[in-house]
Design a protein around this ligand. Structure first.
Ligand code: HEC
Ligand code: HEC
Ligand code: HEC
Ligand code: HEC
Ligand code: HEC
Length: 270
């Protein structure tokens, strides 16, 4: 099954388990998920091993497949990180201690608790989501509002296209939806398109910067690149407020900076 470096990680994990646990704890505190330590810990997970051996029902079978194809598996995020339980044992009773079905309001994967469960790792989206009317109503138990999995899926970390996002908003805010709000869905699509455009320009700048030979000039350009990427990342996160003033401001800043960066690349000022 697993071979090479992964096998080595697993062996290292069993011989120096204590040390690894403390490294992993430090990685969690720092929010450094997806590190080699996190992936080594995933190798210790009995949850996935047993569930793959007993793919007992639909839709859990799809869920396993989605997990195996997801950025979560690649990033070392095992089942227990969303569901709880003890990933270090094959003994079913012990393994499932604290694991509750998603319909149970105390479960970490119940819709009202997903923001804090997912948000433990995705702090930027979570902080912004908490500022939204959606969140306010969600934690009161309102079934009409979206939660993280509405747009991203339960485990696959899917990212919606601009059109997909427009459709998602429209399900509730379109004509005939439960809360018709003309324009909201179209705004969301336009802004996500804007984020995509700036990302493309920034990728183009990346290729040009990589071809610059002069070290000093390149350092300056790298700095300008970072100064452009930061507001773009912030814009994406700010979208989780669903009131888009902050997103618009961050996106406008990123757009100005990428234009200046491309001008400087094509037409050096010195
Ligand atoms: C020894 C095999 C085995 C291990 C280890 C195991 N599971 Fe399970 N799990 C099952 C089986 C079989 C079921 C379905 C029957 C049942 O509910 O007991 C199940 C059910 C579940 C359910 C559905 C619960 C519900 O109420 O609908 C979840 C969620 C789950 N497991 C998560 C986990 C997590 C997380 C871990 C690791 C911490 C884990 N499992 C470890 C075999 C296992
Ligand atoms: C990123 C978070 C996340 C990870 C990682 C994850 N799950 Fe889930 N899982 C969920 C959510 C959320 C649901 C709720 C159902 C839904 O929204 O479709 C769920 C539902 C389930 C169910 C159906 C029973 C229920 O409680 O609804 C089972 C069984 C299950 N997961 C097992 C697993 C196993 C086994 C793994 C690892 C291979 C895993 N999950 C990894 C988030 C996750
Ligand atoms: C234990 C930490 C952890 C938890 C809990 C977690 N994630 Fe993730 N998530 C990650 C890692 C690691 C990645 C892969 C690296 C990355 O892209 O940031 C990832 C990737 C993603 C992505 C893709 C990001 C991108 O830029 O492509 C989305 C979307 C996502 N997760 C949503 C969720 C949702 C929704 C939940 C809850 C149901 C959740 N995550 C729970 C750690 C976590
Ligand atoms: C109504 C839809 C919607 C909901 C609800 C939603 N998101 Fe997002 N999320 C998006 C969109 C749109 C993007 C930007 C996608 C892109 O840039 O391609 C995004 C991006 C992300 C990303 C990748 C960017 C980043 O900053 O890392 C993560 C992770 C993420 N969301 C997590 C969450 C979490 C956690 C929740 C719940 C607290 C949540 N999302 C709720 C639509 C949603
Ligand atoms: C699952 C249904 C659902 C989805 C999907 C959804 N919303 Fe909402 N939204 C609601 C509900 C319900 C309210 C609560 C209205 C109220 O009572 O205040 C709300 C409130 C809002 C509000 C605050 C109230 C207002 O109109 O000023 C904004 C803004 C908003 N949604 C924008 C969006 C955007 C943009 C999207 C897509 C990215 C989206 N919503 C997706 C159900 C949804």
């Amino acid at each position: 099954m697993r071979a090479g470096p992964l096998q080595e990680e697993r062996e290292m994990a069993s011989t120096t388990r204590l040390r690894l646990l403390s490294i992993t704890a430090a990685a969690i505190v720092l929010g450094a998920v997806g590190t080699p330590a996190a992936r080594a810990q995933l190798n210790q997970s009995r949850c996935a091993d047993c569930h793959f051996a007993n793919p007992y029902t639909e839709p859990a079978q799809n869920h396993l497949h989605e997990w195996s194809m997801s950025p979560h598996r690649r990033g070392g995020v095992g089942c227990d990180r969303c569901h709880g339980g003890n990933p270090g044992t094959f003994e079913s009773l012990q393994a499932h201690r604290g694991v509750l079905g998603s319909q149970n309001p105390s479960s970490p994967v119940h819709r009202t608790r997903l923001p804090s469960t997912c948000g433990a790792c995705h702090i930027g989206p979570y902080v912004n989501f908490q500022a939204s009317r959606h969140h306010e109503l969600l934690i009161q138990g309102d079934r009409r509002v979206p939660t993280c999995s509405t747009c991203h899926g339960s485990v696959n970390g899917r990212l919606l296209s601009p059109e997909g996002l427009e459709r998602q908003c429209s399900e509730c805010h379109g004509p005939g939806g439960i809360e018709p709000r003309p324009g909201r869905a179209a705004d969301a699509r336009l802004l996500l398109e804007g984020i995509g455009e700036v990302r493309e320009s920034l990728d183009a700048a990346r290729h040009l910067i990589d071809r610059v030979r002069d070290g000093d000039r390149r350092d300056g350009l790298e700095e300008a690149y970072l100064q452009t990427e930061v507001p773009l990342i912030e814009a994406r996160r700010a979208g989780h407020r669903f009131v888009f003033d902050q997103l618009q401001e961050r996106l406008a800043t990123a757009r100005e900076r990428v234009a200046a960066l491309l001008t400087e690349l094509v037409n050096p000022s010195r």
